[in-house]
Write a protein of this length. Structure first.
Length: 182
């Protein structure tokens, strides 16, 4: 019998000084049985960094034709396709043809360096592609914030990010692997 996804609820208050986005988002995250708390929280980090009323969690691990997060315009066209982890270069090329902008938040320590070395040449040719590396200590600290019901705040200023719950704050500074103009 297949295991079902575990449902997490998050109330995420985002204060993004860099983009001028200030809102509280009530989110439901379905964690696939094979997904770790670390990956789920990196998805939440990606949401916070790109927060928008039209941004939604995709079916992710269970569906190849969707990003982990997707933002569509009113016509249904994909504005942003966001993946976390170390996605396949071929799937990112395909996403690049379907979306205005493709963003990856890579995490996993040394594996990120190996993934980027292997895929860099092909991915840097994509005109609408950006990639950021989440430091392993930050992604692991975010995993410790995971609860079935979460009240979190996220502040973004000058490229620095702070994720907090009632008792702990995690500073996250992603490094840029590739960044195309918006």
């Amino acid at each position: 019998m297949a295991q079902k996804a575990t449902i997490f609820k998050a109330e995420l208050a985002v204060a993004d000084m860099d983009r001028g986005h200030f809102a509280t988002h009530a989110l439901t995250l379905a964690r696939h049985p094979s997904e770790t708390d670390e990956r789920m929280m990196v998805r939440l980090l990606a949401y916070a960094l790109n927060a928008d009323d039209a941004l939604e969690f995709g079916r992710g691990l269970s569906t190849e034709d969707e990003g982990d997060l997707m933002q569509r315009d009113l016509t249904g066209a994909i504005r942003r396709w966001i993946d976390v982890g170390l996605p396949d270069e071929k799937s990112l090329r395909k996403a690049s043809g379907r979306a205005e902008r493709v963003i990856v938040y890579a995490y996993g320590g040394r594996a990120v360096d190996l993934w980027w070395t292997k895929n860099r040449d092909a991915l840097e040719r994509l005109q609408n592609f950006s990639a950021f590396a989440v430091p392993p200590d930050a992604s692991q600290a975010l995993a410790r914030l995971a609860q079935r019901t979460m009240q979190l705040s996220c502040t973004v200023q000058d490229g620095h990010l702070w994720f907090s719950n009632a008792t702990e704050t995690v500073a996250v500074e992603c490094s840029v692997l590739a960044q195309q103009p918006v």
